[in-house]
Design a protein around this ligand. Structure first.
Ligand code: ADP
Ligand code: MG
Length: 378
C-alpha cells in the first residue's frame, strides 16, 4: 500500500478523503469529534509539506440534499483545530481556491455510492493527487473512495495506514496468546470474525446477546433473552469447529425483566434463563474469568460489548472487561462502534494500543476480506 512517503505533494492541490461521519444532536451540534481529530495528523503533515487541501467526506445517508446532513458544522470545528478558515464548497462546479476547502457531503451526489466513474472524474479535475485517510469508509467502493483513486497519483493517509498495519499485524504475527473477546447483539454480524479467530486465536471469549444462540444450540433455556434465531446454526457450527478450550462462554449471567434501567434484576448461576427474564449481561464470575484471560494475553482484540452496557444495571460485565483491557500488558486493539463507545463511557479510550475508527471496515479486515479503498492504493 502506498503511503504519504510515496507522494510528492509540495505546491499541489491534494484531494483528501476523510472520515468525518460524526454523530450530531438535533441542533446539528457535533457530540463526538474523535473522527475529526483522527484526521489531523495527515492534514497537518500534508500542510507542512506545502500542500493545499481539498477535503471530501460523507455524513449520514442523505436521500437528497438534506440540509441537516450538511458538513458545515464539521468545517467549523475543523477550522478551530487547524487555526485556519475551512471553506465549504456548496457545489462541485464552484469550488473556492483557498488553502483548505471542504466539499459538501459527497453523498449529496447520486453517483457517489454507485462508484460512478463520471463523478470520480469531476472530483479528479479538482486536484493533482489523492490521499485516502477514511478507514471507516474503506470497505465501500464509492466514487470518492475507489474510482477517483484510479485517476490521480494516490496513497493512504497516516490514519488509514496505521489501521491497516495494526489490524493486519494481528492476523499475521500476533503476540501469543491471542485472545479475542467477541460480544454484541448478533452472531450473524460477527460470524466472519469468529471464523477468522477460530483459525488464529488461542482463546475466544463470547459475551453479549451473542451468547444465546450458542446456549440454544447447547440445549439451554434462553427465556426472553435477545436470541437471534438465524444465529443458532452458525453458533452450532462454531462450537463444533472450535478446538478444546478455545471457545469460552459465560457460566453466570445478570438478567432483567425488561430492557430498561429501572427493571427488576437478578443474578443467575448457570446459563439457563427462566421464562419472563432476559439475560442482559455476563455475570461477575464470568467477568473475572475473562479478565484473567485478558491479563495473560500477548494480544487482545475486543469487538462487541458483553451486555446491554447502556443500561447501568447491565454495564458491569463490559466495564470489567474494559478495565482488564486497559490494564493488560499485551497489545490491545478495540474495534466496533459500540465497543468504542463503551470504552469511552468508562474512561479508557486512551488506555488501549489501538482504538479502531472503522466499525465495519475493521471487522471486514479481520475477516480477511480485501477492502476496495485499500486495494486501489496498492
Ligand atoms: P459493536 O458496535 O461494538 O460491533 P454490536 O453493535 O454488535 O457492537 O452490539 C452492541 C449492542 O448489543 C449494544 O447496543 C448492546 O445493548 C447490545 N447487547 C449486548 N448484550 C446484550 C444482551 N444481552 N441483550 C440485549 N442487547 C445486548
Ligand atoms: Mg454496533
Amino acid at each position: 500500500m502506498r503511503t504519504l512517503d510515496d507522494l510528492d505533494v509540495e505546491g499541489k492541490r491534494v484531494l483528501v478523503r476523510v472520515d468525518f461521519n460524526v454523530p450530531l444532536d438535533e441542533h446539528q451540534n457535533i457530540t463526538d469529534d474523535a473522527r475529526i481529530r483522527g484526521a489531523l495528523p495527515t492534514l497537518n503533515e500534508l500542510r507542512d509539506k506545502g500542500a493545499r487541501l481539498l477535503l471530501a467526506a460523507h455524513l449520514g445517508r442523505p436521500k437528497d440534499r438534506e440540509p441537516e446532513l450538511s458538513l458545515r458544522p464539521v468545517a467549523e470545528q475543523l477550522s478551530e483545530y487547524l487555526g485556519e478558515d475551512v471553506q465549504l464548497a456548496e457545489s462541485l462546479d464552484d469550488v473556492p481556491d483557498g488553502d483548505v476547502v471542504m466539499l459538501e457531503n459527497v453523498r449529496y451526489e447520486p453517483g457517489e455510492t454507485k462508484n460512478d466513474p463520471e463523478l470520480a472524474k469531476r472530483y479528479a479535475v479538482l486536484a493533482d493527487v489523492y490521499v485516502n485517510d477514511a478507514f471507516g469508509a474503506a470497505h465501500r467502493a464509492h466514487a470518492s473512495t475507489e474510482a477517483v483513486a484510479k485517476l490521480l497519483p494516490s496513497a493512504a493517509g497516516r490514519l488509514l495506514e496505521s489501521e491497516v498495519k495494526t489490524l493486519n499485524g494481528i492476523l499475521a504475527d500476533p503476540g501469543r496468546p491471542l485472545v479475542a473477546v467477541v460480544g454484541g447483539a448478533k452472531v450473524t454480524d460477527k460470524i466472519g470474525v469468529l471464523d477468522a479467530f477460530l483459525h488464529r486465536a488461542d482463546t475466544i471469549l463470547i459475551g453479549g446477546a451473542m451468547c444465546f444462540p450458542f446456549f440454544k444450540a447447547q440445549g439451554h433455556e434462553v427465556g426472553a433473552s435477545l436470541c437471534e434465531e438465524a444465529g443458532v446454526e452458525p453458533a452450532r457450527r462454531v462450537l463444533m469447529a472450535a478446538g478444546e478450550g478455545q471457545l469460552q462462554l459465560p457460566d453466570d449471567l445478570v438478567a432483567g425483566k425488561e430492557f430498561k434501567a429501572d427493571t427488576e434484576t437478578r443474578k443467575i448461576d448457570g446459563v439457563d434463563v427462566p421464562e419472563g427474564w432476559m439475560g442482559l449481561d455476563i455475570g461477575p464470575e464470568t467477568a473475572e474469568r475473562y479478565a484473567d484471560e485478558i491479563a495473560n494475553a500477548g494480544t487482545v482484540f475486543w469487538n462487541g460489548p458483553m451486555g446491554a452496557f447502556e443500561l447501568a444495571p447491565f454495564a458491569d460485565g463490559t466495564q470489567r472487561v474494559a478495565v482488564a483491557i486497559a490494564a493488560a500488558p499485551g497489545v490491545t486493539v478495540v474495534g466496533g462502534g459500540d465497543s468504542a463507545a463503551a470504552l469511552k463511557q468508562f474512561g479508557f479510550a486512551d488506555d488501549v494500543d489501538h482504538l479502531s475508527t472503522g466499525g465495519g471496515a475493521s471487522l471486514e479486515l479481520i475477516e480477511g476480506k480485501q477492502l476496495p479503498g485499500v486495494e486501489v492504493l496498492s
